[in-house]
Design a binder for this molecule. Structure first.
Ligand code: ADP
Ligand code: GLC
Length: 494
């Protein structure tokens, strides 16, 4: 570990494969921008490391070359650039960019090609991210700045703790953050040797995973500490149903796992200033929210009707997110006085089924296939209630955005959704905590029952107003969760 005296603020290298607003495919992009900014406000010297995709190189101004890494087969030569993240939110965050054109300068999604298949050289692409992360976090670094803790996110940086473990010199402590255990970075066994890890790491106590190797498993095994993005998910991943094969290792490391709920960027997501809305509003000026509903109905070709409950949804369309359940209840949903507006992209089958559904119910159901940041904000503001039937959800951000936007969410009781949404019952209405609706079984009946509860509550104006205001009053800022990470960093470096 680093010899830096413990009275200095911790330096943290936050390694991520995506960051808002440069490149975002999901919640990790949002977290990678907002958490380091919140940490810097707590005097943690957090800096990012990210691959130099075209969107990153084009989006960052005033880049400086600060180091060169010679080719080290199979890794090609690369440059390290330095810049600052252009956020209109809080503190600007220093960013290190790995410029390696043959691995990263390609258009499109950072993980998959246009056909939706993993880039064939992903082991090398994220092996290099991990390798350079480990170099920068050790006495082999060419930089004068050295972190005391390296904060790895998901499988793409999972090999950092492994490289550090086998580095003989001084090195940072490592924290492995799990945003989604379903993505494990699995590759053939010989990848271990190809990426320069010692044969000893190909072991059940190491990177080996059912005969192949897993970047994530390596990170979970070799890291000093593990974090995940909500307390409920921290428990769920230690059990078979949501452990995705890692539950044995995770329960063995139980004492070193923290569940820290994500926060949100309360400046980017503020209905009183959000430039993506048709009209801004706040808890004290709720009437203006209606203009967003009207704008959304018009934009998506829904019947313009202020009274009909409008359900919104914004999501990656994958098995995780439970859209098959939404399709299952579609027939009953269309029988209700209700509308549905969905923005999403992902699995072709789900895209096609949702598109067909909208085509068969014009004016009532609207689907926009694609990734559209602006529309996602308008849906949060314009919908009456936000749907998240996720089969599992490590944390989820949209349910927090929707509460802040006065759009009570309807969510499956799993993972971070349990930790951030309070089900509307007579008791929670009475104590002022009710902020949304939970359904407890992943079945059409249970989901439909909750949809009906929403429509009943929606028609009871005082109850609905209370729900909206309760959600809007909640503190979803990063402050206390960033402080929880800060305390873990301090404990790791001492
Ligand atoms: P996950 O990371 O599993 O996708 P989260 O709820 O944590 O789920 O975060 C998803 C983030 O990505 C949110 O900010 C959401 O608004 C955004 N998002 C997802 N799909 C789209 C889309 N099609 N267009 C715009 N934003 C999207
Ligand atoms: C993942 C999870 C999501 C979480 C996000 C950020 O993509 O699916 O639940 O909110 O990461 O941590």
């Amino acid at each position: 570990m680093s010899p830096v005296p413990s009275n200095l603020p911790p330096g943290v290298l936050f390694i991520t494969p995506e960051v808002y607003p440069l490149l975002k495919t999901g919640g990790l992009g949002d977290v990678s921008a907002a958490l380091p900014a919140a940490l810097r406000e707590l005097k943690v010297d957090a800096r990012l490391l990210i691959p130099g995709y075209p969107q990153v190189l084009d989006g960052l101004k005033h880049k400086r070359k600060i180091a060169e890494f010679a080719a080290q087969p199979p890794f090609p030569a690369s440059l390290l650039l330095s810049a600052r993240l252009p956020l209109r939110a809080s503190a600007s965050v220093p960013v290190f960019i790995i410029d390696c054109p043959s691995l990263y300068r390609r258009e499109g999604n950072p993980y998959v090609n246009a056909a939706g298949h993993n880039w064939p050289d992903n082991a090398l692409r994220f092996g290099l991210l991990s390798k350079i992360g480990a170099i920068l976090a050790s006495d082999a670094s060419p930089l004068p700045w050295r972190p005391q803790v390296v904060h790895c996110n998901d499988w793409q940086s999972g090999l950092v703790p492994a490289y550090l473990n086998f580095h003989p010199g001084e090195k940072a402590a490592s924290l492995m953050a799990i945003h989604n255990l379903a993505f494990q970075g699995i590759f053939p066994a010989d990848t271990v040797a190809q990426l320069g890890l010692p044969a000893a790491s190909f072991h059940i106590n190491g990177a080996e995973y059912y005969g192949g190797m897993s970047f994530l498993k390596a990170g979970l095994y070799y890291s000093d500490h593990i974090a995940t993005v909500s307390p409920t998910y921290a428990r769920e991943i230690q059990e078979e149903s949501l452990g995705f094969g890692m539950q044995g290792l995770l329960s063995a490391r139980s004492k070193h796992i923290s569940g820290i709920v994500n926060g949100i960027d309360t400046i980017e997501w503020d209905p009183s200033t959000d430039p993506n809305l048709s009209r801004n509003y706040s808890a004290n000026k709720l009437a203006a929210k209606a203009a967003n509903k009207q704008a959304l109905q018009q934009l998506l070709g829904l019947a313009v009707d202020p009274r009909i409950p409008l359900f919104g949804a914004v999501s990656r369309l994958t098995y995780q997110k439970g859209y098959d359940l939404l399709l299952e209840v579609a027939a009953q949903l269309t029988g209700l006085p209700a509308q549905l507006a969905v923005l999403g992209s992902g699995e072709v089958k789900l895209e096609q089924a949702l598109t067909a559904l909208a085509r068969n119910h014009p004016g009532k159901i609207a689907i926009h296939i694609g990734f559209d940041e602006k529309l996602s904000h308008l849906i949060e503001a314009g919908a009456d209630s936000f749907l998240m039937p996720s089969r599992f959800e490590p944390c989820g951000l949209n349910q927090m955005y929707s509460q802040r936007y006065g759009t009570p969410p309807l969510v499956h009781a799993t993972g971070g959704l349990v930790d951030t949404v309070v089900d509307c019952t007579p008791a929670t209405l009475a104590d002022g905590s009710a902020s949304g609706f939970l359904f407890f079984d992943m079945t059409a009946d249970s989901f439909l029952g909750a949809i009906q509860r929403v429509t009943v509550a929606y028609n009871n104006k005082p109850v609905w107003r209370r729900l909206m205001k309760n959600g809007m009053a909640k503190d979803f800022s990063w402050r206390s969760s960033a402080d929880a990470y800060r305390r873990i960093y301090l404990s790791l470096r001492s």
